[in-house]
Design a protein around this ligand. Structure first.
Ligand SMILES: Cc1ncc(COP(=O)(O)O)c(C=O)c1O
Length: 469
């Protein structure tokens, strides 16, 4: 054994303790840690001929790189849709590295991590109040979940015309309809060889991002046996709008369609008594995406593709790894590697299982309800400045706003965000909503409370004062 590795192994307790202390110190001051840095001048070291050892490397990381780690898991990081990490989820995640299981098989003499994944899927179905007509599999994020759902949808469309697309390749055009798909669904269609431009844009309801279903009816092929894929949104990124999933599902009675629902963060509406109606009908979908590194507050990278169990054969046809006898026969033995893009898989279920067990249904209900309350509080505070207007009502957890016309002489969205993010107290990102440049604040962190929103507003007010002078 290499002597440096040997030395590290001999002092394992000390190493793990040093990493724990560093992690703990970060988490203890997370709320005061900057939400942005300027990582331009990092002095990147070359690959050493003789290694530094783990403690030496930790020290180098601490001085060179740690100053540029931002508080993305903190309470005022509202850019993109970025969740935090619950204490129990961190424990599960650390242990999944320690155990280093390859989560694939549920039979034979392999490890039991896939069994825990299956149990975790059951807990998640319960959490989201979804029926057990669904199975689920962990993937890295909502992009891969959308990819996986649409890959099985593609296989289904081929099957309708007696084609096996996974085996023989894409030999047909598959119509795909959506009003406001997340960019990752377009990326998925590109990766699937269907082409991002294949999506037919469905008009939205007035002042909404949701599908106008009568317009969709007019667009659907007159040949009702023609297989089509509908990509529905359960929470668009800007205005968090929801398609009418129940009415969409009814279209299945008339048309030959597969419904894929991107509920990356909107799926968590299921945990709020006041908002769960937004998801009525999602239980009738064929495939559903939910992201866990968002509102479930587990570390990156973690998401799930839920698919109806009746589609299991299509899913195996799509992802089977059949030409490797050493990995088993996909048709005889359940193995996750035949259900998702990856063969080797991290033990992602562990951090989710830890967090679900530690905080239970009511813990997650309160996280979701608090985020929604804080988004509404933030919207009120922004309006009270007299400098901003909302571009859409706060439907769930996101505030989509822009400077009022009178402020446009003082600052643009870009100038405002530039100053705000330079302060490093709160992080927000720009977007485009119905052709207007705007700012989004997406609140999905369990630490975000009134005091944190107030701190963010102090920063907003300072920036307004500075720019409006
Ligand atoms: C609705 C929706 N779908 C998909 C994604 C892609 O998620 P990920 O970055 O986890 O792949 C996002 C990310 O914000 C999202 O909001």
């Amino acid at each position: 054994m290499n002597p440096i590795i040997k030395e590290d192994l001999d002092q394992l307790a000390q190493l793990l303790d040093a990493a724990r202390k560093m992690g703990e110190a970060h988490l203890q001051q997370l709320t005061d840690h900057p939400t942005s840095t300027n990582p331009e001048n990092i002095n990147w070291p070359d690959l050493p001929e003789t290694g530094l050892g783990a403690l030496g490397t930790l020290e180098m990381f601490r001085t060179l790189f740690y100053p540029h780690i931002v508080a993305s898991s903190g309470p005022r990081y509202w850019g993109f849709v970025t969740g935090g990490t619950t204490p129990a989820a961190i424990m599960g995640d650390w242990l999944s590295s320690v155990y280093d299981q390859n989560t694939q098989l549920t039979s034979g003499r392999g490890d039991a991590s896939a069994l825990l994944e299956i149990q975790t899927v059951q807990l998640l179905l319960d959490l989201f109040d979804l029926p057990d007509t669904f199975m689920g599999a962990f993937v890295t994020g909502a992009t891969m979940a959308n990819f996986s759902g649409l890959a099985v949808a593609r296989q289904w469309a081929g099957q309708q015309l007696d084609l096996d697309i996974a085996r023989d390749g894409l030999r047909m055009h598959i119509p795909v309809y959506s009003a406001q798909p997340h960019s990752s669904s377009l990326k998925a269609l590109s990766m699937l060889g269907m082409g991002s431009s294949t999506i037919q844009q469905v008009p939205t309801l007035p002042d909404r991002e949701a599908i106008d279903i009568s317009a969709l009816r007019n667009l659907l092929p007159s040949d009702k046996m023609q297989p089509v894929i509908l990509v529905a949104s359960a929470g668009t990124v800007n205005s968090v709008d929801f398609d009418d999933l129940q009415t969409l599902a009814e279209l299945k009675k008339e048309h030959n369609c597969w419904i894929h629902v991107d509920a990356a963060f909107g799926g968590f509406a299921a945990l709020s008594k006041e908002h769960k109606h937004l998801l009525i009908g999602w239980e009738l979908a064929d495939s559903i995406t939910v992201d866990f590194h968002k509102w479930l507050n587990v570390p990156y990278d973690s998401a799930m593709i839920f698919t109806r169990k009746e589609h299991a054969v299509l899913q195996i046809q799509t992802f089977q790894n059949s030409s490797a006898p050493y990995l088993g026969n996909p048709w005889e033995q359940f193995s996750y590697l035949n259900y998702v893009p990856e063969n080797s898989r991290r033990f992602r279920a562990l951090s989710v299982w830890f967090s679900l067990m530690a905080y239970g249904k009511s813990g997650y209900q309160s996280i979701v309800e608090e985020s929604i309350e804080m988004a509404n509080y933030l919207a009120d505070q922004l309006l009270q400045t007299g400098c901003f207007r909302l571009l859409a009502p706060v439907r769930l957890n996101t505030v989509c706003f822009q400077p009022i016309a009178e402020m446009k002489g003082s600052f643009s969205v870009a100038e405002f965000l530039d100053e705000l993010n330079r302060e490093g107290i709160v992080f927000m990102t720009p977007s485009q909503y119905k052709g207007e440049t705007c700012i989004r604040a997406a609140l999905v962190n369990f630490r975000t409370n009134r005091a944190e929103v107030d701190k963010a507003m102090d920063s907003v007010n300072r920036v307004i004062k500075k720019l409006a002078l």
